[in-house]
Design a protein around this ligand. Structure first.
Ligand code: DP6
Length: 311
């Protein structure tokens, strides 16, 4: 039996839109930081007859991982026996934090070890990307960029821009609902691509912001990072809201947390927020402001939990 683990991540520059559905090739580059307090552990062993996938003790009925294993064996020609996969996470599923990123990343690392593939980071991230594009950013930790220039599987892989320890930003997650989302990220981003009049402008602008962010991270420039992350978040939000029918992942508590963060910013606190395809708000701040940010989020009416996601 081989075990591996990986952390989920939060994108500061967002991926929202694919240029190839089956290969999960993003239409725009993205950049994330890891949520190091959260972790998914995955173990694999050779099965007798067919793949078996058990997530948090329950058989996985979605077929998503089994389908990905078929792609690895079929399209990529990986010589892999049937596997029993067992995976569980230390973060509450009610947290609504996508476990698909850490899940596919941990499984990719376990397969790499089981088959003695000895893959480098770009190759590992490409395999994980075929399961979920955000998983490509979870095969390593740090400030991770997922970028590519051509619409080809080999072109899109993740690279580390900076070690997390070199700039250990804090992330406090405001949990704003326990209700599962109605529209998955994959379905939502396809709807945006197919119907939003703002989609093409989003792709162009987000690439520019990505390039600025790589420079901001290298220079450890919090203001420049916050400004690009703000653009990317509101750009994605504009595309979501102008999709037909519109995509709305937020609730009243989401807006109340955003307001609380804006108040902190007005008071000069180095903090910014970002959200994904869900109601929760991820508040990124310089490490010394952790207690203040967490206390303010906790005090917002409707917030169910405030979790420090980075040590
Ligand atoms: C809003 O990686 O979950 O969180 O590739 O279809 O599995 P698939 O989508 P997924 O989308 C993540 C979208 C996002 C932004 C981001 O993480 O970059």
């Amino acid at each position: 039996m081989i075990s591996a683990s990986a952390h989920p991540n939060v994108a500061l520059i967002k991926y929202w839109g694919k240029s190839h559905d089956a290969l999960r090739i993003p239409a725009t580059p993205s950049l994330s930081i890891p949520l190091l307090a959260f972790r998914t552990e995955t173990s694999i062993e050779v099965a007798r007859k067919r793949d078996e996938v058990i997530l948090s003790g329950q058989e996985d009925k979605s077929g998503r991982i089994a389908n990905w294993l078929r792609i690895l064996r079929g399209d990529l020609g990986l010589d892999m026996p049937p596997l029993t996969v067992r995976s569980s996470s230390n973060f509450p599923s009610a947290a609504g934090l996508a476990s698909s990123a850490s899940g596919f990343a941990a499984l990719t690392l376990a397969i790499n070890a089981l088959l003695d593939l000895d893959l480098d980071m770009p190759s590992l991230s490409r395999l994980a990307r075929l399961g979920s594009a955000s998983a490509a950013r979870s095969v390593s930790t740090g400030f991770i960029a997922l970028d590519g220039r051509e619409n080809a599987h080999t072109a899109w892989s993740a690279q580390k821009v900076l070690d997390y320890d070199a700039w250990p930003l804090g992330v406090c997650v405001a949990i704003c609902s326990h209700t599962p989302k109605a529209v998955s990220s994959a379905a939502g981003m396809n709807r945006s691509r197919d119907t939003s009049p703002a989609y093409n402008a989003w792709l162009t602008g987000n690439r520019q912001m990505f390039e600025r962010t790589v420079n901001a991270v290298t220079a450890r420039d919090f203001e420049a990072l916050a400004s690009a992350a703000r653009w990317s978040f509101f750009g994605m939000l504009t595309v979501m809201q102008s999709s037909v029918p519109p995509l709305n992942y937020f609730n009243e508590s989401t807006c109340a947390v955003i307001q609380a963060i804006k108040t902190l910013q007005d008071q000069g606190v180095p903090v910014f927020f970002t959200c994904d395809a869900g109601p929760h708000v991820k508040c990124v701040h310089l490490p010394e402001y952790a207690a203040l940010v967490e206390a303010r989020i906790r005090a917002v009416p409707g917030v169910l939990e405030a979790i420090q996601a980075c040590p």
